[in-house]
Design a protein around this ligand. Structure first.
Ligand SMILES: *Cc1c(COP(=O)(O)O)cnc(C)c1O
Length: 351
Protein backbone atom coordinates (compact mmCIF):
# COMPACT_ATOMS: atom_id res chain seq x y z
CA UNK A 1 0.00 0.00 0.00
CA UNK A 2 1.03 3.58 -0.65
CA UNK A 3 2.25 5.22 2.57
CA UNK A 4 3.62 8.70 1.97
CA UNK A 5 5.13 9.25 5.42
CA UNK A 6 7.22 6.12 5.06
CA UNK A 7 8.42 7.19 1.62
CA UNK A 8 9.94 10.47 2.78
CA UNK A 9 13.63 10.17 3.65
CA UNK A 10 14.01 10.24 7.46
CA UNK A 11 16.37 13.24 7.40
CA UNK A 12 13.83 15.18 5.34
CA UNK A 13 11.00 14.16 7.67
CA UNK A 14 13.02 15.52 10.61
CA UNK A 15 14.12 18.69 8.82
CA UNK A 16 13.27 22.06 10.30
CA UNK A 17 12.90 24.19 7.15
CA UNK A 18 14.55 27.59 6.82
CA UNK A 19 12.28 30.35 7.98
CA UNK A 20 12.89 33.70 6.33
CA UNK A 21 11.86 37.20 7.23
CA UNK A 22 9.38 36.97 4.40
CA UNK A 23 7.53 33.95 5.68
CA UNK A 24 7.55 34.97 9.32
CA UNK A 25 5.73 38.12 8.34
CA UNK A 26 3.94 38.29 5.00
CA UNK A 27 1.03 40.67 5.51
CA UNK A 28 0.83 44.35 4.62
CA UNK A 29 3.16 46.82 6.32
CA UNK A 30 4.20 50.43 5.99
CA UNK A 31 7.86 50.00 6.71
CA UNK A 32 9.92 46.91 5.94
CA UNK A 33 13.01 46.62 8.10
CA UNK A 34 13.15 42.87 8.47
CA UNK A 35 15.09 41.41 5.54
CA UNK A 36 18.23 43.51 5.14
CA UNK A 37 17.05 44.71 1.75
CA UNK A 38 18.15 47.99 0.22
CA UNK A 39 15.26 50.45 0.61
CA UNK A 40 16.38 52.58 -2.38
CA UNK A 41 15.81 49.97 -5.08
CA UNK A 42 13.37 50.36 -7.96
CA UNK A 43 10.79 47.60 -7.78
CA UNK A 44 13.10 44.61 -7.50
CA UNK A 45 14.77 45.44 -4.20
CA UNK A 46 12.46 43.19 -2.17
CA UNK A 47 12.69 39.42 -1.84
CA UNK A 48 9.95 37.65 -3.78
CA UNK A 49 7.09 35.75 -2.17
CA UNK A 50 8.72 32.36 -1.46
CA UNK A 51 5.40 30.55 -1.96
CA UNK A 52 4.25 32.56 -4.99
CA UNK A 53 0.72 32.97 -3.62
CA UNK A 54 -0.64 35.29 -6.28
CA UNK A 55 0.69 33.25 -9.19
CA UNK A 56 -0.53 30.02 -7.63
CA UNK A 57 -4.00 31.50 -7.27
CA UNK A 58 -4.13 32.17 -11.01
CA UNK A 59 -2.74 28.77 -11.88
CA UNK A 60 -5.20 27.10 -9.50
CA UNK A 61 -8.07 28.85 -11.26
CA UNK A 62 -6.82 27.96 -14.72
CA UNK A 63 -6.16 24.32 -13.83
CA UNK A 64 -9.10 23.73 -11.49
CA UNK A 65 -6.96 22.56 -8.60
CA UNK A 66 -6.34 23.98 -5.14
CA UNK A 67 -3.29 26.20 -4.53
CA UNK A 68 -2.17 23.58 -2.01
CA UNK A 69 -1.81 21.10 -4.85
CA UNK A 70 0.73 23.28 -6.68
CA UNK A 71 4.50 23.48 -6.37
CA UNK A 72 6.40 26.02 -8.47
CA UNK A 73 10.06 25.63 -9.27
CA UNK A 74 12.98 26.93 -11.27
CA UNK A 75 11.84 24.92 -14.29
CA UNK A 76 10.34 21.46 -13.93
CA UNK A 77 13.94 20.32 -13.78
CA UNK A 78 14.04 21.66 -10.23
CA UNK A 79 10.95 19.64 -9.31
CA UNK A 80 12.59 16.50 -10.72
CA UNK A 81 15.68 17.08 -8.60
CA UNK A 82 13.71 17.87 -5.44
CA UNK A 83 11.52 14.79 -5.83
CA UNK A 84 14.61 12.62 -6.01
CA UNK A 85 16.16 14.34 -3.00
CA UNK A 86 12.97 14.07 -0.95
CA UNK A 87 12.26 10.41 -1.57
CA UNK A 88 15.42 8.57 -2.63
CA UNK A 89 18.07 7.60 -0.13
CA UNK A 90 21.46 7.90 -1.92
CA UNK A 91 23.24 4.59 -2.63
CA UNK A 92 20.14 2.69 -1.56
CA UNK A 93 16.98 3.64 -3.44
CA UNK A 94 16.30 3.79 -7.18
CA UNK A 95 14.17 5.52 -9.77
CA UNK A 96 12.58 3.87 -12.79
CA UNK A 97 12.89 5.45 -16.23
CA UNK A 98 11.70 4.30 -19.64
CA UNK A 99 14.22 5.11 -22.35
CA UNK A 100 14.32 6.57 -24.89
CA UNK A 101 13.09 9.49 -22.80
CA UNK A 102 14.04 12.81 -21.21
CA UNK A 103 17.70 12.95 -20.20
CA UNK A 104 17.29 14.89 -16.97
CA UNK A 105 15.81 11.99 -14.97
CA UNK A 106 19.02 9.92 -14.98
CA UNK A 107 21.25 12.99 -14.64
CA UNK A 108 19.40 14.21 -11.56
CA UNK A 109 19.48 10.70 -10.14
CA UNK A 110 23.21 10.38 -10.71
CA UNK A 111 23.93 13.76 -9.14
CA UNK A 112 22.15 12.47 -6.06
CA UNK A 113 23.86 9.06 -6.22
CA UNK A 114 20.54 7.33 -6.83
CA UNK A 115 20.37 4.22 -9.01
CA UNK A 116 18.46 4.33 -12.31
CA UNK A 117 16.51 1.24 -13.34
CA UNK A 118 15.63 1.28 -17.01
CA UNK A 119 12.53 -0.40 -18.38
CA UNK A 120 12.76 0.54 -22.07
CA UNK A 121 9.64 1.49 -23.99
CA UNK A 122 8.35 -1.14 -26.42
CA UNK A 123 8.87 -0.95 -30.20
CA UNK A 124 5.76 1.24 -30.54
CA UNK A 125 7.08 3.46 -27.71
CA UNK A 126 4.34 2.40 -25.31
CA UNK A 127 5.03 1.20 -21.77
CA UNK A 128 6.31 -2.28 -21.04
CA UNK A 129 3.46 -2.68 -18.57
CA UNK A 130 4.28 -6.23 -17.57
CA UNK A 131 7.87 -5.45 -16.59
CA UNK A 132 6.82 -2.20 -14.93
CA UNK A 133 4.12 -3.82 -12.81
CA UNK A 134 6.81 -6.05 -11.35
CA UNK A 135 9.28 -3.21 -10.70
CA UNK A 136 6.90 -0.66 -9.18
CA UNK A 137 6.04 -3.12 -6.41
CA UNK A 138 9.63 -3.08 -5.21
CA UNK A 139 9.79 -0.65 -2.26
CA UNK A 140 13.34 0.42 -3.20
CA UNK A 141 12.03 1.99 -6.40
CA UNK A 142 10.72 5.21 -4.95
CA UNK A 143 9.95 7.17 -8.13
CA UNK A 144 8.74 6.10 -11.57
CA UNK A 145 9.09 8.67 -14.36
CA UNK A 146 6.58 8.49 -17.21
CA UNK A 147 6.81 11.16 -19.91
CA UNK A 148 3.66 11.77 -21.97
CA UNK A 149 3.82 12.98 -24.69
CA UNK A 150 7.26 11.43 -24.53
CA UNK A 151 10.42 13.33 -25.37
CA UNK A 152 11.98 12.54 -27.86
CA UNK A 153 9.52 10.08 -29.42
CA UNK A 154 6.52 12.43 -29.36
CA UNK A 155 3.80 9.90 -28.56
CA UNK A 156 1.19 10.04 -25.85
CA UNK A 157 1.29 7.11 -23.44
CA UNK A 158 -2.14 5.42 -23.29
CA UNK A 159 -3.97 6.63 -20.22
CA UNK A 160 -5.05 3.18 -19.11
CA UNK A 161 -1.40 2.05 -19.03
CA UNK A 162 -0.51 4.97 -16.75
CA UNK A 163 -3.45 4.20 -14.47
CA UNK A 164 -2.36 0.58 -14.19
CA UNK A 165 1.10 1.67 -13.05
CA UNK A 166 -0.41 4.19 -10.61
CA UNK A 167 -2.61 1.54 -9.02
CA UNK A 168 0.25 -0.92 -8.62
CA UNK A 169 3.07 1.40 -7.50
CA UNK A 170 4.15 1.47 -3.86
CA UNK A 171 6.17 4.59 -4.68
CA UNK A 172 5.40 7.84 -6.45
CA UNK A 173 4.63 8.03 -10.16
CA UNK A 174 5.86 11.23 -11.79
CA UNK A 175 3.96 11.97 -14.97
CA UNK A 176 5.88 14.54 -17.01
CA UNK A 177 3.39 16.46 -19.13
CA UNK A 178 5.81 19.08 -20.50
CA UNK A 179 4.15 18.83 -23.94
CA UNK A 180 0.54 18.23 -22.90
CA UNK A 181 -0.69 21.64 -24.14
CA UNK A 182 -0.06 20.42 -27.67
CA UNK A 183 -2.40 17.52 -27.00
CA UNK A 184 -5.46 19.15 -25.46
CA UNK A 185 -7.84 16.96 -23.53
CA UNK A 186 -5.22 14.37 -22.72
CA UNK A 187 -3.86 15.57 -19.38
CA UNK A 188 -4.33 13.37 -16.35
CA UNK A 189 -4.53 16.43 -14.10
CA UNK A 190 -8.27 16.06 -13.57
CA UNK A 191 -7.62 12.62 -12.05
CA UNK A 192 -5.16 13.97 -9.49
CA UNK A 193 -7.55 13.36 -6.61
CA UNK A 194 -7.91 9.70 -7.52
CA UNK A 195 -4.22 8.93 -7.02
CA UNK A 196 -2.37 9.98 -3.85
CA UNK A 197 0.90 8.79 -5.45
CA UNK A 198 0.61 10.87 -8.63
CA UNK A 199 2.81 13.89 -9.34
CA UNK A 200 2.17 15.72 -12.61
CA UNK A 201 4.83 18.02 -14.05
CA UNK A 202 4.03 20.83 -16.45
CA UNK A 203 6.10 23.78 -17.56
CA UNK A 204 6.04 27.33 -18.91
CA UNK A 205 8.93 26.40 -21.22
CA UNK A 206 7.16 24.79 -24.18
CA UNK A 207 3.64 25.77 -25.24
CA UNK A 208 3.67 28.85 -23.00
CA UNK A 209 6.77 30.11 -24.79
CA UNK A 210 8.64 31.17 -21.66
CA UNK A 211 11.64 28.84 -21.46
CA UNK A 212 13.74 31.87 -20.52
CA UNK A 213 11.96 32.65 -17.25
CA UNK A 214 12.49 29.13 -15.83
CA UNK A 215 9.16 28.16 -14.33
CA UNK A 216 7.91 24.65 -13.82
CA UNK A 217 4.84 23.32 -12.06
CA UNK A 218 4.27 20.17 -10.06
CA UNK A 219 0.74 19.12 -9.14
CA UNK A 220 0.15 16.56 -6.41
CA UNK A 221 -1.60 15.65 -3.20
CA UNK A 222 -0.97 18.44 -0.68
CA UNK A 223 1.34 16.42 1.56
CA UNK A 224 3.71 15.79 -1.34
CA UNK A 225 3.65 19.50 -2.21
CA UNK A 226 4.44 20.30 1.42
CA UNK A 227 7.54 18.11 1.31
CA UNK A 228 8.81 19.87 -1.83
CA UNK A 229 8.18 23.28 -0.28
CA UNK A 230 10.10 22.30 2.83
CA UNK A 231 13.27 21.44 0.93
CA UNK A 232 13.28 23.88 -1.99
CA UNK A 233 15.76 26.76 -2.14
CA UNK A 234 13.84 29.41 -0.31
CA UNK A 235 13.44 32.04 -3.04
CA UNK A 236 13.53 29.60 -5.96
CA UNK A 237 11.18 31.58 -8.23
CA UNK A 238 12.34 35.15 -8.82
CA UNK A 239 10.14 38.23 -8.77
CA UNK A 240 10.78 38.74 -12.50
CA UNK A 241 9.66 35.20 -13.22
CA UNK A 242 6.51 35.49 -11.10
CA UNK A 243 5.59 38.74 -12.84
CA UNK A 244 6.24 37.40 -16.34
CA UNK A 245 4.19 34.30 -15.61
CA UNK A 246 1.28 36.35 -14.26
CA UNK A 247 1.36 38.48 -17.41
CA UNK A 248 1.32 35.36 -19.55
CA UNK A 249 -1.62 33.91 -17.63
CA UNK A 250 -3.63 36.98 -18.62
CA UNK A 251 -3.02 36.28 -22.29
CA UNK A 252 -4.29 32.74 -22.48
CA UNK A 253 -5.94 33.27 -25.89
CA UNK A 254 -2.58 34.15 -27.44
CA UNK A 255 -1.18 30.93 -26.09
CA UNK A 256 -3.99 28.93 -27.63
CA UNK A 257 -3.45 30.63 -30.98
CA UNK A 258 0.27 29.86 -30.98
CA UNK A 259 -0.37 26.24 -30.01
CA UNK A 260 -2.88 25.98 -32.84
CA UNK A 261 -0.38 27.32 -35.36
CA UNK A 262 2.36 25.01 -34.11
CA UNK A 263 0.13 21.94 -34.32
CA UNK A 264 -0.95 22.89 -37.87
CA UNK A 265 2.68 23.41 -38.86
CA UNK A 266 3.61 20.07 -37.32
CA UNK A 267 1.06 18.33 -39.50
CA UNK A 268 2.45 20.01 -42.62
CA UNK A 269 5.99 19.12 -41.58
CA UNK A 270 4.98 15.51 -40.94
CA UNK A 271 3.40 15.21 -44.36
CA UNK A 272 6.33 16.79 -46.24
CA UNK A 273 9.01 14.94 -44.30
CA UNK A 274 7.16 11.70 -44.91
CA UNK A 275 7.45 12.29 -48.66
CA UNK A 276 11.24 12.59 -48.55
CA UNK A 277 13.23 9.67 -49.83
CA UNK A 278 15.72 9.99 -46.95
CA UNK A 279 12.96 9.62 -44.37
CA UNK A 280 12.67 5.98 -43.36
CA UNK A 281 9.97 6.40 -40.73
CA UNK A 282 8.14 9.18 -38.94
CA UNK A 283 6.64 8.48 -35.56
CA UNK A 284 3.25 9.98 -34.69
CA UNK A 285 3.67 13.08 -32.53
CA UNK A 286 1.41 14.77 -30.00
CA UNK A 287 4.02 17.40 -29.21
CA UNK A 288 5.70 20.41 -30.87
CA UNK A 289 8.35 18.32 -32.58
CA UNK A 290 8.61 15.42 -34.97
CA UNK A 291 10.76 12.39 -34.43
CA UNK A 292 11.85 10.22 -37.29
CA UNK A 293 14.35 7.77 -38.66
CA UNK A 294 16.46 8.99 -41.56
CA UNK A 295 18.96 7.50 -43.98
CA UNK A 296 22.38 9.00 -43.15
CA UNK A 297 21.01 10.89 -40.15
CA UNK A 298 24.46 12.07 -39.04
CA UNK A 299 25.21 13.47 -42.51
CA UNK A 300 21.84 15.21 -42.66
CA UNK A 301 22.45 16.69 -39.24
CA UNK A 302 25.86 18.01 -40.31
CA UNK A 303 24.65 19.50 -43.60
CA UNK A 304 21.77 21.25 -41.89
CA UNK A 305 24.13 22.56 -39.27
CA UNK A 306 26.49 23.93 -41.93
CA UNK A 307 23.49 25.84 -43.25
CA UNK A 308 22.72 27.22 -39.80
CA UNK A 309 19.73 24.94 -39.19
CA UNK A 310 20.08 23.03 -35.95
CA UNK A 311 18.00 19.95 -35.24
CA UNK A 312 18.52 17.47 -32.43
CA UNK A 313 20.62 14.49 -33.42
CA UNK A 314 19.32 11.54 -31.40
CA UNK A 315 21.00 8.85 -33.48
CA UNK A 316 23.12 7.84 -30.51
CA UNK A 317 19.93 7.24 -28.51
CA UNK A 318 18.03 5.54 -31.30
CA UNK A 319 19.70 4.51 -34.57
CA UNK A 320 19.25 7.09 -37.35
CA UNK A 321 16.84 9.28 -35.43
CA UNK A 322 16.50 13.05 -35.52
CA UNK A 323 14.18 15.21 -33.45
CA UNK A 324 12.99 18.33 -35.20
CA UNK A 325 11.22 21.10 -33.30
CA UNK A 326 8.37 22.79 -35.17
CA UNK A 327 9.44 26.35 -35.90
CA UNK A 328 7.75 29.31 -37.53
CA UNK A 329 6.23 28.62 -40.97
CA UNK A 330 9.17 30.18 -42.86
CA UNK A 331 11.68 28.31 -40.70
CA UNK A 332 9.98 24.99 -41.43
CA UNK A 333 9.94 25.86 -45.13
CA UNK A 334 13.66 26.61 -45.07
CA UNK A 335 14.29 23.25 -43.44
CA UNK A 336 12.26 21.39 -46.06
CA UNK A 337 13.96 23.23 -48.93
CA UNK A 338 17.36 22.26 -47.55
CA UNK A 339 16.33 18.63 -47.04
CA UNK A 340 15.03 18.47 -50.60
CA UNK A 341 18.33 19.85 -51.91
CA UNK A 342 20.22 17.25 -49.93
CA UNK A 343 18.32 14.43 -51.54
CA UNK A 344 18.83 15.55 -55.10
CA UNK A 345 22.58 15.77 -54.53
CA UNK A 346 24.51 12.62 -55.39
CA UNK A 347 25.14 10.62 -52.26
CA UNK A 348 28.51 11.07 -50.59
CA UNK A 349 29.87 7.60 -49.85
CA UNK A 350 27.38 6.36 -47.30
CA UNK A 351 27.85 9.04 -44.62
C1 LIG B 1 11.48 20.57 -21.89
C2 LIG B 1 11.10 19.51 -20.93
C3 LIG B 1 10.89 19.82 -19.59
C4 LIG B 1 10.93 21.24 -19.15
O1 LIG B 1 11.88 21.54 -18.30
P1 LIG B 1 11.93 23.02 -17.70
O2 LIG B 1 12.96 22.84 -16.66
O3 LIG B 1 10.57 23.31 -17.14
O4 LIG B 1 12.29 23.94 -18.81
C5 LIG B 1 10.52 18.81 -18.73
N1 LIG B 1 10.36 17.55 -19.17
C6 LIG B 1 10.52 17.24 -20.45
C7 LIG B 1 10.27 15.87 -20.90
C8 LIG B 1 10.92 18.20 -21.37
O5 LIG B 1 11.11 17.87 -22.64
Amino acid sequence: MFDLEKLIRPNIRRLQPYSSARNEFSGDAKIWLDANENPFGKGLNRYPDPYQSQLKKEIAKAKSVSTENIFLGNGSDEAIDLLIRAFCEPAKDAIITMPPTYGMYPVSAQVNNVEVKEIPLLQNFELNVKALLREVKNPRNKLTFICSPNNPTGNLIPREQIREILRAAVGIVVLDEAYIDFSPGNSLLFELEDYPNLVILQTFSKARGLAGIRLGMAFAERRIIKVLNRIKPHYNVSELTQKAALDAMRQEDQLLKAVDTIVKERKILEKKLGELECCVELYPSDANFVFGKFKNADAIYESLKNDGIIVRNRSRLLEGCLRITVGKPDENKALLIKLNQLQTKPKTNGR
